[in-house]
Ligand binder design. Structure first.
Ligand code: PAF
Length: 282
């Protein structure tokens, strides 16, 4: 595995493989790799000749009061993990390399952002869409791999790819969970021990909603109430949102039908966790 820190070198390597008609699979990350990321890498490894993993904590997607400075980082550990998963190139640019000057053009996401994380993180998805556009132009992958835990991110990037005619297949990979159901996330290390014990309630509340749907419940308001009560009763976390929308359009629903997402975000003392459940209703 080779670590590349400059855009110029990354583009030279990519153009070499493109001229040999090699397929390039790309896994964008902000590092502090966990099993969720490694599942994406594994899938990319199976489906492509060349695998590029990026590690870049993108300042553009953090608000002024968000955890950019506290976002966990451990490059040496990440490098070893990437190597053991047979990544070919680890792209690890600095902030100065990615944004040498104030950008004169940024991507603005118009739809699918006024709900879920978008409504409490203004500008977040503009930052994600901007950095992903840069990465797609630098790495020119044929496939890019994203986790379904960030389901709104998947919906936004699907829109970006489609609206800008970007020749990339987005591969959305299922959520990977700890044995107690907590969705794997780099941010989980910032939970206090008591909060870590409570955090599986996010998944348990989604499972309770799933059971209610299977028993015939179709009223989004009742399902949201069920989830909120379970989280309130079983944790000290403060609910940021519990919402139900059509997926991937992220439009409100009066009655559950078609493909839907139930998504939630809960704030603990130093970290905000998200989780979701996507299902198809006849
Ligand atoms: O999901 C993430 O880790 C980030 O939003 C991404 C896609 C790497 C863009 O910075």
């Amino acid at each position: 595995m080779k670590v590349i820190t400059t855009i110029k070198e990354m583009q030279e390597v990519i153009s070499q493989f493109k001229s040999q008609e090699k397929s390039i699979g790309f896994v964008p990350t902000m590092g502090f790799l966990h099993e969720g990321h490694l599942t994406l890498v594994n899938r990319a490894r199976q489906e492509n000749d060349i695998v590029v993993l990026s590690i870049f904590v993108n300042p553009l997607q953090f608000g002024p009061k968000e955890d950019y400075a506290d976002y966990p980082r451990d490059f040496e550990r990440d490098r070893a993990l990437a190597e053991s998963e047979m990544v070919d190139f680890l792209f690890y640019p600095s902030v100065e390399e990615m944004y040498p000057n104030e950008l004169s053009v940024k991507v603005t996401v118009q739809e699918r952002t006024d709900v879920l994380c978008g409504s409490s993180r203004p500008g977040h998805f503009d930052g994600v869409a901007t950095v992903i556009t840069k990465f797609f132009n630098i790495i020119m992958p044929i496939r890019a791999y994203f986790g379904k835990k960030d389901a709104q991110q998947v919906a936004v990037i699907e829109g970006l790819i489609s609206d800008f005619n970007i020749p990339v297949d987005l591969v959305a990979v299922d959520i990977i969970r700890e044995t107690d159901g907590l969705a794997k996330s780099s941010r989980n290390v910032n939970l206090l021990p008591k909060e870590r014990q409570e955090a599986p309630v996010l998944y348990q509340s989604l499972k309770a909603a799933e059971a209610a749907i299977n028993e015939g419940e179709r009223d989004p308001v009742k399902l949201i109430t069920l989830i909120r009560e379970k989280i309130r009763n079983d944790s000290t976390g403060v609910i940021d949102y519990v919402q139900i929308y059509s997926y991937p359009q992220l439009k409100p629903l009066e009655k559950l039908e078609g493909t839907i997402i139930i998504a939630l975000a809960v704030k603990f003392s130093k970290v905000r966790l998200i989780d979701n459940f996507i299902t198809n209703i006849d």
